[in-house]
Design a protein. Structure first.
Length: 234
């Protein structure tokens, strides 16, 4: 975590409390020993920068490490107040991002690729995939078209260990971070209402240009698009 950032903002009893950043990192890292520490640091750096630039402090943070193959559990959801791990599980990437491994990412509608960076979990809704969660991208140029692209969290029958046994990987979405049907309600409920989702991949351009990873007077993408009607996602 950047040496200039000494505290991390956490919601506490209706207000914002400050917790030592290294304490938070150490506790979350201990709770999730299989999560790459550098990925966790990036997630916390981006979250803190977003909060400093006006995004409401989250109670929970999801981290998706797209550098891992889809056959591995690469989704972690943390409770920041208790500094604990809520769950770890499988998550899909877009079909044009790769097969077993995801290597290509896009912010373009119709690309059927995943996008990376920091997102806000916004409103839940019921669509063709059942109970789902709308995501708003917070990084201009990298994921800020997520709502327009109908990138949402939803359950999918192709996100299942049986697929790994048969195909060596889980199925792929049209760009959405789909999860197992059995946990989809829990994931949506944990991340709706302003919680944050950080999707990582060691993309050189994003690492160099992300305003949230290189915190300063950078632009954070705005809230929901003007059209409030949720599309069903992929």
């Amino acid at each position: 975590m950047s040496a200039c950032l000494f505290t991390f903002l956490l919601p506490h009893a209706g207000s914002v409390a400050a917790a030592p950043a290294e304490n938070l990192f150490a506790d979350l890292s201990s709770a999730a020993p299989n999560l790459d520490p550098q990925v966790l640091r990036y997630a916390l750096d981006a979250t803190e920068c977003a909060v400093r630039n006006g995004v409401e402090a989250p109670e929970r943070l999801a981290v998706i490490d797209f550098s891992l193959p889809s056959s591995e559990q690469r989704l972690w959801i943390f409770d920041l107040a208790s500094q604990s791990l809520i769950m770890r599980d499988l998550v899909a990437h877009g079909r044009n991002s790769g097969n077993l491994e995801s290597t290509q990412f896009s912010n373009i509608e119709g690309s059927y690729q995943s996008s990376i960076g920091l997102f806000r979990g916004s409103e839940s809704y019921r669509g063709k995939h059942g109970y789902s969660l709308r995501l708003d991208g917070l990084e201009p140029g990298f994921n800020d078209l997520a709502r327009q692209r109908a990138i949402v969290i939803h359950g999918a029958d192709y996100v299942d260990p049986s697929w790994i046994e048969t195909y060596g990987r889980i199925g792929r979405s049209l760009g959405c971070p789909a999860v197992r049907q059995e946990i989809s309600n829990q994931v949506v409920d944990n991340l709706k209402g302003g919680q944050l989702v950080f999707k990582y991949y060691p993309d050189k351009e994003w690492l160099a240009r992300s305003g949230l990873l290189n915190c300063g007077n950078q632009t954070v993408a705005g809230g929901p698009a003007a059209d409030p009607v949720p599309r069903s996602g992929s």
